[in-house]
Design a protein around this ligand. Structure first.
Ligand SMILES: [Zn+2]
Ligand SMILES: [Zn+2]
Length: 208
């Protein structure tokens, strides 16, 4: 039997995050919804990005929707090498962690500090439940691509296409949604075994 998530030592940078109603820290890249939000997708335009999806949510206001990324914060963290859990910048010399499905060629969730990845794998119910199908890819650097929405089918399904970052044609062909991170030299681990082998050495001192 696994111990409750409250027993997992919380990194100091994670302890500052807003919490959900159960008291769990909410990853910084997660989208928040307020009661007057009708769920419509907001599209903005500027010369640099062309059409792009935007968002007015604020961390800690309303209800977090786990599993859904805020496009504005997702793009900021990807561009600035900020941790998608705690928001702090990942040092240029550090190996960072991407968490996703086995053999993923790209990741939509921003990079994480290894300490934050170890914490999330132990505390997030979804990551915990999917266990062996989740992979931790360690890499010192990554290349970005653009996920753009190029069409809407008659049944409302959005069609996506990936473009190189900053491609001039891309801004004419689709609306920017997320950035995709492609790890440059991924060292891939199955999540539970990475956690078992490496997490103990990563854990922060327990706070009183
Ligand atoms: Zn948002
Ligand atoms: Zn972090």
């Amino acid at each position: 039997m696994t111990s409750p998530w409250q027993n997992v030592p919380m990194p100091a940078s994670v302890a500052r995050l807003p919490r959900n109603s159960a008291g769990r820290p909410v990853p910084a890249s997660v989208a928040w919804y307020e009661s007057d939000d009708d769920g419509s997708i907001l599209v903005d335009h500027d010369p640099q990005l062309g059409g792009h999806i935007t968002c007015v949510c604020a961390q800690g206001r309303g209800t977090p929707r786990f599993g859904e990324q805020c496009p504005v914060r997702q793009r900021q963290y990807m561009l600035q090498r900020q941790c998608g859990l705690c928001t702090e910048t990942i040092a240029p010399s550090a190996q960072m962690a991407f968490v996703g499905e086995t053999n993923a060629q790209y990741f939509i969730e921003p990079p994480l500090h290894q300490l934050c990845a170890a914490y999330a794998l132990q505390v997030c119910p979804v990551l915990h439940a999917t266990g062996d199908r989740i992979e931790v890819a360690l890499t010192p650097s990554y290349t970005l691509a653009e996920d753009r929405i190029t069409a809407v089918s008659t049944d409302g399904t959005l069609r996506h296409r990936a473009f190189p970052l900053g491609s001039p044609a891309a801004s004419l062909l689709g609306v920017l949604n997320f950035y995709l991170a492609i790890p440059d030299t991924p060292e891939r681990h199955v999540a539970p075994s990475w956690l078992a082998r490496h997490a103990p050495t990563l854990l922060p001192p327990t706070t009183p």
